[in-house]
Design a protein around this ligand. Structure first.
Ligand SMILES: Cc1cc2nc3c(=O)[nH]c(=O)nc-3n(C[C@H](O)[C@H](O)[C@H](O)COP(=O)(O)OP(=O)(O)OC[C@H]3O[C@@H](n4cnc5c(N)ncnc54)[C@H](O)[C@@H]3O)c2cc1C
Length: 437
């Protein structure tokens, strides 16, 4: 029988996900009470905040990190766990603003981003089920033609990992489904347990001297030569502030909040499958993703559950029963799972930007406030890169990467906080209709 679990988006606890149930450490940081002082105050305890903290403390800065709920409570502790090369989409579009050299830099950094995750895990010996191997899945022949071009472009960039195109008759090598007409295997991308990665990074940050606080939502920012950040029971005074709240920023900094649109994405986890079942579904234990606007993404967990994700709700409303909503999507791909139990269901908020390039920069009106957000559903690698680039910029190091990202302008979604979701929902409906034609 399907579990019937409601999504507690507004509680302080982790979502009732497979990840929360299989977290391999339990960390508890205090609530902020009283006054703290730091070189840098970071708001948000997801991958963006944690990686900025690690990079900064290593450069000799004193750092306070404030998380509204628990470390990894946001998208970082709930996502599909797919660690995929690249940042942004169609980055050539930005050539008129950042030049061909800037485009090349972003592409290069999109590959470096995965290496930062790899090194972080190795260096701190973080146990998070890291597994290499990923395959892009073609829904139509044009996707496959695009994969061939992607592979060429990656090789031209010096990508050192195995890439292999799969023709329709070869798809059984990676997926036990009749749904796809080709694929591109990439052995330099893969999958991991995202909450265990976030918890491992928080433990590493704490060991390096970062002062972390949980259950400490920032309620107000007083800007100035030093930023003064207020929570219910405390304050942090810092020369520099980083906002790493992504889709959960809301009105804390309205100018930034208007540039990121929260969209719900949802996952289900089956009961553990037998070795034979798992082998028949995903023979090489890769992460898999199709090419549609509202894409399916899935993989096996370390204990052989199918973690199946997808959908994108721009309406601001979560499905009342996520399993009932997601299971038919899973059965379209794997009808052979009709009798398999769903053990977990959960969702989280993706932060979408209008041009789908991560927004990494500093506020023009408050130059001591930096931010990283809007990874548009592809942030496991990009958040780690953002942490590095923010730290380089704050430390005054030469950072071509930060400069390139910061030069790209980002549109504010029209309609204000309450109207921008319905407007985008309409836009996305148009793209889905086009896919069907
Ligand atoms: C369901 C789902 C599936 C996804 N799958 C993938 C995937 O497979 N691969 C991939 O690359 N990307 C995926 N993503 C995207 C990826 O998870 C995100 O891009 C990334 O985790 C963003 O990290 P972050 O640290 O910027 O934000 P978050 O992890 O969302 O963290 C922001 C934190 O800020 C805190 N916060 C907000 N306001 C305040 C405040 N006022 N005071 C203090 N703290 C505050 C929040 O509590 C939250 O913990 C997925 C996202 C979702 C939701």
């Amino acid at each position: 029988m399907n579990a019937r679990v409601r999504l507690p988006v507004h509680t302080d606890q982790h979502a009732p996900s497979y990840y929360a149930a299989s977290a391999n450490r339990s960390l508890a940081f205090p609530e902020l009470a009283g006054d703290e002082r730091a070189d840098v105050c970071i708001v948000g305890g997801g991958f963006s905040g944690l990686n900025s903290a690690i990079e900064l403390v290593r450069r000799g800065f004193s750092v306070v990190l404030l998380e509204a709920r628990q470390i990894g409570w946001g998208a970082s502790g709930r996502n599909g766990g797919q660690l995929i090369r690249g940042v942004g989409h169609d980055v050539e579009r930005f050539a008129p603003v950042i030049g061909d050299e800037g485009v090349r830099e972003i592409k290069r950094l999109g590959l470096e981003a995965v290496e930062i995750v790899r090194r972080r895990i190795e260096e701190f010996a973080i146990d998070c089920d890291l597994t290499w191997g990923y395959c892009d899945l073609a829904n139509k022949p044009a996707d496959l033609a695009g994969f061939a071009e992607d592979a060429e472009a990656l090789r031209a960039l010096g990508y050192r990992h195995e890439l292999r195109l799969l023709q329709p008759g070869q798809m059984h090598e990676v997926v036990g489904s009749e749904r796809y007409v080709g694929g591109l295997i990439d052995m330099g991308s893969g999958h991991l347990h995202p909450l265990n990665l976030a918890l491992g990074e928080a433990a590493a940050a704490a060991a390096l001297g970062v002062r972390l606080f949980e259950r400490s939502p920032v309620l107000r920012i007083q800007h100035g030569a030093e930023a003064l950040v207020h929570t219910a029971r405390g304050r942090v005074r810092a020369k520099t502030l980083i906002l790493g709240c992504n889709a959960y920023l809301n009105d804390l900094e309205p100018g930034l909040g208007g540039k990121v649109l929260p969209a719900g994405s949802y996952l289900i986890a089956t009961e553990p499958l037998s070795e034979e079942q798992a082998q028949a579904l995903i023979p090489q234990n890769m992460a898999l993703c199709d090419q549609r606007v509202a894409l399916d993404y899935y993989r096996l967990s370390a204990d052989r559950r199918l973690l199946f994700g997808g959908a994108c709700h721009y309406s601001g409303r979560d499905p009342a029963d996520i399993a009932a909503y997601m299971r038919p999507k899973m059965l379209q791909v794997f009808p052979q799972l009709a009798d398999v139990r769903i053990d977990y269901q959960w969702g989280g908020m993706i932060g979408i930007g209008a041009n789908r390039l991560p927004q990494i920069g500093r506020l023009a009106e408050h130059p001591n406030v930096y931010y990283a957000q809007a990874y548009s559903g592809h942030g496991v690698n990009a958040t780690h890169l953002a942490g590095r680039l923010l730290a380089e910029a704050i430390a005054g190091e030469q950072s071509r990467g930060f400069d390139v990202f910061a030069r790209v302008p980002h549109m504010t979604f029209p309609g204000g906080r309450h109207l921008r979701s319905p407007l985008l929902a309409l836009g996305m409906l148009w793209y889905r209709l086009k896919e069907l034609l």
